[in-house]
Design a protein around this ligand. Sequence first.
Ligand SMILES: Nc1nc2c(ncn2[C@@H]2O[C@H](COP(=O)(O)OP(=O)(O)OP(=O)(O)O)[C@@H](O)[C@H]2O)c(=O)[nH]1
Length: 286
Amino acid sequence: MCRNQSQAQSGGGGGEKVRGEDKSTTTTRQQQQQQQQQQQHLQNQQHTPYRLRIVVLGAEGVGKSALTVRYLTRRYISEYRRAIDLLYRHTVCLDDVTSEVEILDVSLREKEGVASSHSRWGEGFVVVYSVDDLRSFKEAGVVLEALTRLKAPLEVPAILLANKRDLDHARQVTVEEGQALSLQHGCQFYEVSAAESHVGVTLAFQSLLRETRALHLTATTRSNHLLPRQRRISIVAVSRMIGSLIGRGSDPPSPTLRPTVVMQSGCGSPKRTLRRKDKKRPSLSL
Ligand SMILES: Nc1nc2c(ncn2[C@@H]2O[C@H](COP(=O)(O)OP(=O)(O)OP(=O)(O)O)[C@@H](O)[C@H]2O)c(=O)[nH]1
């Protein structure tokens, strides 16, 4: 940016020297400058990593935070502070492409429903229910319907994530019911357990990231109409993340301030897992 500014300044100095030249020479110089600026802009774009915005939605207590943290850190933390939205920033290297990923873990306790602000902000959506909670399954259906209504169908990369499959003995929703709902909304379906393993969770998130990235590319080249609305957020230091999540340590962040937890991680994320096997919507139990 600084380099661009200094180029712009030296360009102004060049304007002084051509004062005596005829109009056509000045126009040609201006055209050359414009071309150079356009080239520079294109180069900058090529080196700027994609920024993808993912929203995690679902009924209260289905494991949205557990799943998000499992994906980001591979760790399972069983207790979280509730009723706040958390925004995580994460650098992902997937298929040799680096992306800046923002994941918004939404607390639907606010009963915004699927707020249009969530749907407008997000480019990819994780809709979670818990296999031991029929009510959360119904809520997931409502969320998927709302997303389809709020965004054009082709603009909703989404996965339906059935969590807590380790609670099979208390199951209220069958795998088939989950699959049927996902087919109804044309999204991918995964059944996982944040408590048991990171593998299925990672697979699900990475698959969504691929789909979101593909749509992001198409949308960016087509128009700017998916640009985010700025959410009102504040920044919480990384070191306070775990304390903030489990409710220890500092004062509770105000829900209205939309606390942001910034997580930075490099391209070390696992490459080993994930290659989409075919073009069908995958449906997995892991
Ligand atoms: N058995 C089991 N429990 C889980 C699993 N994932 C999360 N939990 C538990 O479910 C409870 C809720 O998890 P959270 O991650 O806080 O759920 P949430 O959807 O973020 O909750 P809200 O933000 O309040 O809506 C916690 O006690 C977790 O330990 C899982 O895969 N299996």
